[in-house]
Design a protein around this ligand. Structure first.
Ligand SMILES: Cc1cc2nc3c(=O)[nH]c(=O)nc-3n(C[C@H](O)[C@H](O)[C@H](O)COP(=O)(O)O)c2cc1C
Length: 185
């Protein structure tokens, strides 16, 4: 697949087949993720892989409850309706959740982990898989309970929860706004 095709055609997928993904497939995605650039080549990322559907159900429940509890002001109102819906699964019943966390605080860890996440999502698309960044789960995953569930020390900083799986359907493209561009000089 051409790189530009992957960049233009990747979509956030929210409907998956339940078939588990082989470990080698997940390992290959992580290999692609770690080829991202990172500030001062620190490679501060760490990956937690969750594949147990019952654990993912429990994590979805806890992530939703946490969001409803902290109620971030910037969250659009319709998302609160989803969070309050018992049938809403924050991970869309995807077979795998890969959580990228930084191993310690640092000035560019968010950028580094986000670049790794984008590599992972593009690689997933190139391998015929769907993916979606699940920001709604990040606040709970970054709590001591969330980090214990992920098996990471409390000193880690959770940045990017990414679900991956075989798509049931390809979602339509989401329109892009015209970019604000200033040709300076
Ligand atoms: C930081 C971040 C957080 C996101 N959180 C969620 C989320 O919690 N749930 C969800 O369904 N999609 C989430 N998305 C996916 C966006 O909604 C999606 O990228 C956007 O609508 C553009 O669609 P596309 O990825 O198909 O191009 C998130 C994306 C990013 C970058």
């Amino acid at each position: 697949m051409e790189l530009m095709d992957a960049i233009f055609e990747r979509r956030s997928v929210r409907d998956y087949r339940t078939d588990p993904l082989p470990r080698e497939t997940v390992a290959r995605l992580i290999e692609a993720a770690i080829h991202a650039p990172s500030a001062v080549n620190q490679q501060p990322w760490s990956f937690s892989v969750v594949r147990d559907p019952r654990l993912l159900d429990r994590m979805s429940h806890d992530a939703k409850a946490h969001m409803l509890n902290i109620r971030p002001a910037a969250l659009p109102a319709h998302l609160y309706e989803s969070l309050a819906n018992p049938d809403f699964h924050v991970f869309y019943h995807a077979p795998v959740l890969i959580v990228i966390s930084a191993i310690e605080r640092g000035p560019w860890i968010a950028e580094d982990c986000a670049l790794a996440a984008e590599n992972l999502m593009l690689a997933a698309y190139g391998m015929g898989l769907g993916s979606c960044w699940i920001g709604l789960a990040q606040p709970w995953l970054d709590t001591p309970n969330g980090k214990e569930t992920l098996g990471v020390p409390v000193s880690h900083v959770v940045v990017a929860p990414i679900i991956v799986g075989v798509p049931n359907a390809t979602p339509p493209a989401v329109p892009r706004k015209d970019p604000e561009i200033r040709w300076v000089g």
